[in-house]
Unconditional design. Sequence first.
Length: 700
Amino acid sequence: MKKIILSIVIYSLFTAFAQAQNLRVITDTTNTPDILIDEITVKSPKELPLVREIPTSISLFPARKLENDEIHSLADISSKVPNFFMLDYGSKLQSSVFVRGIGSRLGSPSVGLYVDNVPYFEKTTFGFDFFDIERVEVLRGPQGTLYGRNTMGGIINVFSKSPLVYDETNISVTAGTHGYYNVNVNHYNRVDDKFGYSISGNYLNQNGYFTNNFSGDPADDKYSASGRARLVWRISNNLTLENTANYEKSEQYGFPYALYNDSTNRAVGISYDQESSYKRDLFSDGLVLKYQNDVFQFISTSSYQFYDGLMAVDQDFTKNKIYFFEIGDRQNMVSQELMLKSLSPSKYKWLFGAYGFYQTMKQQTQGDIYTSKVNQDIRSDFNISGYALFHQSTFDDFLVENLSLTAGIRFDVEKDDLDYTFDQAVGDNPVSNLATEDYSENFTEILPKVALKYAFNNSLNTYATVSKGYKSGGFNTNTSIVLEEDRSFDSEKSWNYELGLKSSLAGNRLFVDAALFYIDWQDQQIDVPVPGGRGNMKKNAGESVSKGAELFVKGLLADNLEATLGYGYTHATFADYVVSEELNYNDNFIPYVPRHTINASLYKTFEFKNGFLEKLIANLSYKGVGKHYWSLDNSVYQDYYGLLDAKLSFVTGKFRFEIWGKNIFDTSYNTYYFEISSLHNSYAQIGKPASLGVNLKVAF
């Protein structure tokens, strides 16, 4: 397979580069409109419109880049953003994101996600299929002042395409190795300048990359079907109403967790006796009402999200019948945000907002421990509510010309309630109630932010930012927990310091974004094994420090030749984490945080004046990750690895044919690691091998 991919993709790619140089190329600057610094804009209504005016690090993925790089999920963005890493957990139950060392393997996320203005509060909702996406924005560093909870590491904004911008029907069909098939249909109808609607559908089939040696069946096959409906209505020149509804049904079977040899740092095979799966229904709806005049803009955002998931898992992942659990989650969440921001061209800009949410989460875990003939039934009902008031002011020409001061503050209140019931039956004995408890915690926090930005000219800006990050505490519901003090964990808080530079050079053909950061945070929430039991729980470490640097360069090297280069360095360690007199993790690296992230890409567009073929687009992209540790004691780790992707696109009229390859050198690596302490076993999720595919797309 590797030889096929290398011969078809690499040889074809570089042959195209060589041969097309002899053809007449027509210069068309519209091929790379977002290379111009003045056109690099963000869509978030809470941010300034131009990237160069925002005093924080930000990465943008417009539709063109999403298409060229074959990005179909958040996981595909991993490492394509400096210091952004997403674990490939093997199922959509957990989609853990780490930014600048801040993240969460289990439980609530530390990086926020909004999709068409709807907040996604749980990591179980992060793993959804991308289609009909206009752009993705990744803001690094705490965003709690404007966005609130779960944004210590940053925020991800995903926006679908507007039917007032697009007026067409698109059909895309993909076939690839490992039984990969994808069909996507999008219809956009701009009825007139004031009203438009769109309907999109997506189906994905993946037969799996790995085999369960015990059964001979695929260890990671999956299927999903998604739909989106959106309407935009400009009721008047001042008033706009938007509504976006999303639904996805997904099924995954088996999980490719291989037994792992800690001493050799190698996975030794996938083999377990009971079929595992994760099935999920996910629905969200966002209603946005906007009113604006020459002075201010008012935005009301109402959102609802529901998901229902069920995981069935052979929790020992061996050939023996030891543990089997079914874990069900059902969430309902409603939220409302009101925001008022200035639009006048004065030197003072302001923003006021109020936010509230209510979330219910019902979890039920039913498990069999075959070795001791134990059956367990655990029910956890969470009720989480909160509200916030926030404000941000920006003063241009503050004290001196071209100096801007941004100051923001948020008052955040959250209440968590848990009703917990633990029933257990042993052998033929009737069910005994081991625990029925009610827990309640209140969390209140003030989140300030101050930023100074100085514009040397229209092409060079520098900034300094100080902000506070915060993530609320919560409860552990693992049945193996014995000590009452382990039932809950505290909030974690951080102070973040950032220096940055943004510059456009060579007549706006080169864009440079660089930053240095230092993060000092208290009571970091760490996932640790339950002493003497099964599974994990959260505990608070004393103090942690993350420091590093980021660089992103994007340039138009020649007519229709674009290159990007990104690099992130993170040095994240425990400054004070003492477990006992005999054990401490001081100065150890924080697990799951890569020291280096590297990304590079090269895009070349050849345009032909005559003939059937109108365009040939060649794309090479590389990303590198590592070194990062899997364990608190840093004894188990993943070395640095790099993945190379390639793609050729042939465009004529409304038709587009593409051939692509991912991980074309078939690099071996692991994307996830965990331990089951009661079995003294370790497991790894193996990275995806080389794959090849073709796309056929038509627009009319």
